[in-house]
Design a protein. Structure first.
Length: 134
């Protein structure tokens, strides 16, 4: 159970479809968490499940994928996006995304860009999917 003042900013899981849109940001993706934070071996609340149930969008980095990765839903709740690396060197497939949320429609759109080291330009990668925050 969360008891800090920050927890008041999290959404109520029973009101996930209507509560304020909440974004969680982590440096590490869930698979870098301690095994006890992803499994219920003890009575401890599973961190990944708790965050997924109390937010709509989760952004994580660290792995800096060379390609743009489609998001997945965690615990049937939050959209989980793994972010890229925008600067590494001129030969690396750098990428980054810009996220836009339509609050009224509760929809997230992502505009992603990937660096083309041959032409030395940023290319927009179209993601036609809308991700509904329900």
């Amino acid at each position: 159970v969360c008891s800090s003042d920050l927890c008041s900013q999290l959404i109520n899981p029973s009101n996930h479809e209507r509560d304020k849109i909440t974004i969680a940001i982590f440096h590490h993706p869930f698979d870098f968490f301690n095994i006890h934070e992803n499994n219920d071996y003890t009575r401890r609340t599973i961190t990944s499940e708790y965050v997924s149930n109390h937010s709509h969008v989760i952004l994580a980095g660290h792995t800096h994928n060379k390609t743009i990765v489609k998001p997945d839903r965690k615990y049937n709740r939050a959209w989980f996006f793994v972010c890229g690396a925008s600067i590494y060197d001129s030969t690396y497939d750098n990428n980054f995304s810009i996220y836009k949320i339509n609050i009224r429609e509760r929809e997230l759109r992502r505009m992603s860009y990937q660096f083309n080291p041959v032409q030395e330009i940023w290319e927009e990668k179209i993601d036609k999917s809308g991700y509904f925050l329900e």
